[in-house]
Design a protein around this ligand. Sequence first.
Ligand code: HEC
Ligand code: HEC
Length: 248
Amino acid sequence: MRSCVVRAAVLASLIAAPLAAQGKFPPDSLVNVKVLPKAGPVINFIGTMRNFAGALGVRCQHCHVGQEGQPLGTFNFVSDEKRTKLVARQMVQMVEEINRRLDSIPGRVAGGPAVTCQTCHRGVARPMPLTALLVDAAQAGGADSAVRAYRALRQRYYGRDAYDFSEITLTSAALRLARAGKRDEADAMLGLNEELFPNASGTALTRGNVVLLRGDTAGAVAAFREAIRRDSTNAEARGRLREVGGRP
Ligand code: HEC
Ligand code: HEC
């Protein structure tokens, strides 16, 4: 009986052993590598890991068990505890599949552009177009929440390729919110665009489309006229003005 318990304990420690922190970084060997190539120097594998972290704009502990500020030797890279690590494995397989398909497109030049984590993630953990992110924030927390989200993201990411901070993002969000009946939220998006891109013709054009959704034809005529005043070459505004029966 006793030896049985001892044997069970030894067995448990054998199973648990590879799951504990390795104590040394970089490790001498790779233990729990299932989808990435594990032949070759460990340091190349670590290079791939640094690319993952860079592409997602995160640190190792986003996917691995370990404390910020602690030496990497204390991390448990072998463990599959974090959901993000499991997702990353799937992503690796997805990227391989995409690139296999790319290699079979007609007329493909050998060594042509390939898809990497960066292609979609562009420095953010959960890639999402800014318009969709703002619409979600507005639906969940109202106009203020969407405006706050926009300002925070702009502060952090402006000048990088993570999000599109050009005029079109806020006008698209305004239109989508207006279609969903979110009046204040749509107005807030247009107000923010007016602040960031003063006198933009596109903002006035969208304002016309937004107020038209509320049945305000007179307001739409005024807004389309304003869009043309701001940019006389705005053909879409001219067309919309004609459609609602207004004269330039
Ligand atoms: C986006 C998630 C993600 C990030 C960020 C990440 N890793 Fe990984 N890491 C993985 C995945 C997934 C595996 C397992 C790959 C496989 O199964 O083929 C792995 C495996 C490892 C292993 C091998 C462990 C073993 O089983 O022997 C080491 C070492 C490692 N990562 C180090 C790092 C370091 C150092 C960083 C930070 C520079 C880092 N990782 C950042 C997802 C990540
Ligand atoms: C074709 C686009 C695309 C590529 C390429 C891509 N991802 Fe993703 N990734 C996504 C999308 C979209 C999501 C969000 C999925 C969701 O939450 O529903 C995501 C989510 C993730 C998540 C989970 C984030 C979270 O916090 O929930 C991880 C981790 C991740 N990706 C890692 C990677 C790694 C590592 C690579 C490269 C091997 C990669 N991705 C390549 C599109 C991509």
